[in-house]
Design a protein around this ligand. Structure first.
Ligand code: HEM
Ligand SMILES: *[C@@H]1O[C@H](CO)[C@@H](O)[C@H](O)[C@H]1NC(C)=O
Ligand SMILES: *[C@@H]1O[C@H](CO)[C@@H](O)[C@H](O)[C@H]1NC(C)=O
Ligand SMILES: *[C@@H]1O[C@H](CO)[C@@H](O)[C@H](O)[C@H]1NC(C)=O
Ligand SMILES: *[C@@H]1O[C@H](CO)[C@@H](O)[C@H](O)[C@H]1NC(C)=O
Length: 344
């Protein structure tokens, strides 16, 4: 899965340009997000989301990790605008089919369920983009992680872009220096990058995402040397060469609990993805110091994680948006008969 990733135009920079160039009357606008945004228009919104996320977790423990991941994949591609939720149409390739998302992003039905409840209670008020940000916060809190106030008031995009997702989203092969550079384009620091990668404390990844490092790291025909021998044997058994690449494994030793185990594992060369292990094993990116710090202090990790999620959640799409009635389609689109994207 070679990925041609050119130099991503840092979205924060594009946002700044759009902001500076927008004049009164132009439709581009950076919205003021605030805590309690729906207090008058939909006072139960946050409670409805939390209940639904809790119920989804009872049905399937992993689903909360899958929902939390949506924030990253939404916010990095043209801002937190719910674009990742849109189904493809005959004239628009969706982000769901992008390299990092296809056969991988999941639990869209949890967002659908939340949206249906919110449309019943307060039609046309709560954006899909905000649902993702609230649900991600709740997913972390419900699995033992920190809780934080979410600033709301985002609008949903009218379009999605598979191309932008393919250009921007990082590969599991990425090294720490490339990740530092990518995140810096969003004004996210080395500490933000390491903390946000700690999201891999919950959820699972496919063998598809690690077979290259088990059997042919950087085209060497050899495994990645930055793996403890015992862990490498375990991964070889989980993901044998030529085996089923849809098999999944936890990205730390406690994939149902949001904790700092992920960082303890990286220090012991038990990182699942190359993009995880590189944060500790790359000497020159400045990430190792932070991994060590978080491996020793769960409090420090939790504080930095909440801050990172809030900052990541501020990435905005300056284009004019709407409050979608159905998170999968723009309001102006003809009705869909059935969803073509199957969650698995
Ligand atoms: C730093 C760069 C990152 C890379 C390269 C990366 C890559 C990946 C990959 C390859 C997977 C597994 C996909 C699969 O095998 O199907 C994954 C899963 C996941 N990622 Fe990331 N990720 C990154 C950052 C983040 C961030 C910032 C978040 C959220 C704040 C996040 C949340 C998750 C979660 C929760 C899962 C598990 C999802 C599930 O179980 O369904 N990741 N990531
Ligand atoms: C990290 O990855 C980038 C992009 O793939 C590459 O240009 C660079 O040489 C790599 N750096 C190291 C230290 O391997
Ligand atoms: C970038 O991040 C820093 C540190 O969090 C913050 O003080 C600053 O306001 C941010 N700048 C922009 C343009 O968002
Ligand atoms: C390993 O990767 C390199 C470069 O990507 C490729 O040329 C080579 O055929 C691969 N080897 C195996 C055994 O897959
Ligand atoms: C993995 O799952 C996807 C989606 O269900 C499927 O299209 C693909 O063929 C599967 N791959 C393998 C190797 O089974």
């Amino acid at each position: 899965m070679a990925r041609g990733r050119g130099g991503a135009i840092p979205f924060a920079a594009a946002l700044l340009v759009a902001f500076v160039c927008s004049r009164p009357g132009a439709d581009a606008a950076v919205k003021e997000l605030r805590v309690g945004y729906y207090a008058e228009t939909c006072p139960d919104a946050e409670a409805i989301v939390r209940d639904a996320v809790a119920r989804a977790r009872e049905r399937e423990a992993r689903s909360v990790a899958s929902v939390m991941r949506l924030q990253f994949h939404d916010c990095f591609v043209n801002g937190c605008d719910g674009s990742v939720l849109m189904d493809a149409t005959p004239t628009m390739a969706g982000e769901k089919e992008a390299l990092s998302n296809i056969n991988s992003l999941r639990s869209f039905e949890v967002v659908d369920e939340i949206k249906e409840k919110l449309e019943e209670r307060c039609p046309g008020v709560v954006s899909c983009a905000d649902i993702i940000v609230i649900a991600a916060r709740d997913a972390v809190a419900l699995t033992g992680g920190p809780n934080w106030d979410v600033r709301l008031g985002r609008e949903d995009s009218l379009t999605a872009s598979q191309e932008d997702s393919d250009r921007i989203m990082p590969s599991p092969r990425a090294n720490a220096s490339a990740l530092v550079r990518l995140f810096a384009g969003y004004n996210l620091s080395v500490t933000d990058l390491v903390a946000l990668s700690g999201s891999h404390s919950i959820g699972k990844a496919r063998c598809f995402s690690i077979v290259f490092r088990l059997y042919n790291q950087s085209g060497s025909g050899r495994p990645d040397p930055h793996m403890s021998p015992a862990y490498r044997s375990a991964l070889d058994a989980l993901c044998p060469h030529g085996g089923d690449e849809n098999v999944t494994g936890g990205m730390d030793a406690t994939p149902l609990v949001f904790d700092n185990q992920y960082f303890k594992d990286l220090v012991r060369l038990r990182g699942f993805l190359n993009s995880d292990q590189t944060l500790f094993s790359d000497n020159n990116a400045g990430t190792r110091r932070v991994v060590k710090q978080f491996s020793k202090s769960q409090d420090a990790f939790f504080r930095a994680f909440a801050e990172g999620m809030i900052k990541m959640g501020e990435q905005q799409n300056p284009k004019k948006g709407e409050i979608r009635r159905n998170c999968r389609v723009a309001n102006g689109s003809p009705p869909v008969v059935a969803s073509k994207v199957v969650d698995f």
